[in-house]
Design a protein. Structure first.
Length: 192
């Protein structure tokens, strides 16, 4: 079902807590945990999106250790998870790469803890994915979220994840897992 679904973790353009646009750092945990989650849900490719070469090099060194280095023999499950991870320099280059692979531009869906005019439900995006008519790129922001003008250019934005409290600041790794389960996981609510 997820053969034409892609995930991108965006590190620029991102807001910091002072609402300044910055490039956030790639973290080891985000590489590992999101790779495992995307592999579990059958994602075609998980793109680490970062414009700075030094950060891309760091990510590639980490991945190389787990794909060909000592980590590959130490933990073959991690090696398998890293099979779906690639580094990209920008959102635009990620879209272009998917378009090249799929023969058409992907529908770009992103996430945020806020409501936007083009906010859509999980049910709607799950239905679009299940129809399989077009590739889908799910973008997740780091820091304090993707810059607003960039957000406005996306096809749609998923509604926020709400818990039972008034606190709403999930780590991106948790948000990715929850959202992929909502969009691609089994329909447990239909089972008795």
């Amino acid at each position: 079902m997820a053969a034409n679904v892609y995930v991108g973790l965006v590190h620029y353009p991102i807001y910091n807590k002072h609402e300044q646009v910055v490039a956030t750092a790639i973290t080891n945990f985000d590489i590992h945990d999101i790779a495992r989650t995307t592999r579990t849900y059958g994602i075609a490719t998980y793109f680490l999106i970062h414009p700075h070469e030094a950060q891309a090099q760091l990510a590639n060194e980490i991945m190389e250790h787990w794909q060909q280095g000592g980590g590959a023999q130490y933990n073959p499950d991690r090696q398998e998870a890293f099979r779906v991870v690639e580094v990209a320099a920008s959102i635009e280059s990620t879209i272009a790469e998917i378009e090249k692979r799929e023969g058409k531009r992907p529908r770009v869906v992103t996430t945020d803890a806020r409501i936007f005019p083009n906010t859509v439900s999980y049910a709607k995006v799950r239905e679009q994915i299940s129809q399989g008519d077009e590739p889908v790129l799910l973008l997740f922001g780091t820091g304090w979220g993707i810059e607003k003008e960039t957000m406005a250019a996306f096809d749609s934005i998923l509604e926020p994840i709400y818990g039972p409290s008034d606190y709403n600041h999930l780590p991106v790794r948790a948000a990715v897992a929850i959202i992929l389960d909502r969009l691609l996981g089994e329909s447990w609510w239909t089972k008795a």
